[in-house]
Design a protein around this ligand. Structure first.
Ligand code: GSH
Length: 212
């Protein structure tokens, strides 16, 4: 299997953490989504990363489909429960965390624009409110538990962990830990796992100033 992506993409990190937890032999090919020389559009017409190319040559996207496929492989424990209700609940955690990461990516991309071209303060506030409400619900649902769902590591924890890790990378001034102690505790435990520590985004060179 081959995984195409970049170290800066949160959705690629989600898949890389999953691959590491499951112990799956998978070649990681650093490739941007749609630069002129990118191999990605030949496999994924949407030209997005992550894109996974299976051993039979068929390509898979996006990250929820890729992790679902990967859960069938590797020596690690299953990370998506088989029981219907449990599975849906874990997928809901995943969707919420993915949505938080999407809002964070949107803000981060907008910051790269020159100040005069950036969107309005109302647009930034709208994206930020998705993150705020999302974290509040994750915090409430985690409560005093060690794991997001079912008393063991699942895709729900991986998703929560990668979304929080990307928040730290992309919006380093967003001090979420003080108001979300349960998430802070989970993030610290996940960060210590090899799957997370070997796939980090690194440190950001500059701080963002949220115009909202
Ligand atoms: N929902 C998708 C999101 C993937 C995504 O948006 N990836 C970004 C990089 S972080 C990308 O490829 N952007 C290029 C583009 O949208 O053209 C997933 O979970 O895989």
């Amino acid at each position: 299997m081959k995984l195409f992506g970049t170290p800066g993409s949160p959705f690629v990190r989600k898949v890389r953490v999953f691959v590491a937890e499951k112990n799956i032999p998978c070649e990681y090919i650093v490739a941007r989504a749609s630069t002129p020389d990118s191999p990605v559009p030949a496999f994924n017409p949407l030209a997005k990363i992550p894109t996974l190319v299976r051993d039979d040559g068929r390509a898979l996207y996006d990250s929820p489909v890729i992790v679902e496929y990967l859960d069938a492989f590797g020596s690690g424990a299953k990370l998506i429960p088989e029981d219907f209700e449990s599975r849906i609940e874990v997928k809901r955690w995943e969707a919420l965390a993915d949505g938080i990461a999407e809002a964070t990516v949107a803000i981060n991309h907008e910051y790269r624009e020159p100040a005069e071209k950036q969107r309005s303060a109302a647009w930034f506030a709208k994206q930020q409110s998705k993150i705020d409400r999302g974290l509040a619900l994750l915090e409430k649902d985690l409560g005093t538990k060690d794991w997001c769902f079912g008393g063991r590591l699942t895709l729900a924890d991986i998703s929560t962990g990668y979304a929080l890790g990307y928040l730290d990378f992309a919006l380093p001034d967003y001090a979420w830990r003080g108001s979300h102690p349960a998430l802070a505790r989970l993030a610290a435990r996940l960060a210590a796992r090899t799957s997370f520590s070997t796939t980090g985004h690194g440190k950001r060179a500059r701080n963002n100033i949220n115009p909202a």
